[in-house]
Write a new protein. Structure first.
Length: 155
């Protein structure tokens, strides 16, 4: 982990040196872990956004792009399915103080099982997870994690 931290710090240092990012409010002592885009960072962000927009809307025959407000009447969010259909159960790791999506944690463990040649166990685990997610059975997901002794990579 120390290696990853050093690598991350080196990337940040490089990005600051070459004008991709700057600490936010730097002349007033800044804010920890908050950055503003510099001249090259702004261009990179714009290019990525333009590429995404083109690939997701302009290159698709059945999709159109709109630019709508985020603040909307709650009925709009409900009608669009954002209230009932978008639920990402999360789990907190009290040791590392990190929060994980439950499905990502279980899928990562399934990948480890597959790497060990236990494809059947991994597939069964993923199937059980899908069933529990479909039922919104959060207690069942917790039991699944406990029963298989699934831990985050930082623990």
């Amino acid at each position: 982990m120390a290696n990853d931290t050093n690598r991350f710090q080196a990337i940040i240092s490089h990005c600051k040196e070459y004008g991709f990012i700057f600490p936010s409010s730097e002349i007033y002592d800044g804010l920890s872990a908050v950055y503003d885009y510099g001249q090259y960072g702004s261009e990179l962000k714009k290019n990525i956004k333009d590429y995404w927009w083109k690939s997701m809307t302009q290159l698709q025959d059945n999709i159109v792009g709109i630019d709508a407000a985020i603040f909307m009447h709650p009925t709009t969010w409900k009608a669009s399915g954002h209230v009932d259909n978008f639920s990402d159960p999360m789990i907190d790791n009290k040791d590392s103080k990190k929060r994980y999506r439950v499905d990502h944690l279980i899928e990562g463990f399934a990948d480890e099982l597959k790497a060990k040649g236990k494809d059947t166990d991994a597939d069964a685990l993923l199937l059980e997870m899908d069933v529990l997610l479909a039922k919104d059975d959060f207690a069942g997901l917790k039991r699944l994690i406990d029963d298989h002794k699934i831990k985050c990579t930082l623990s």
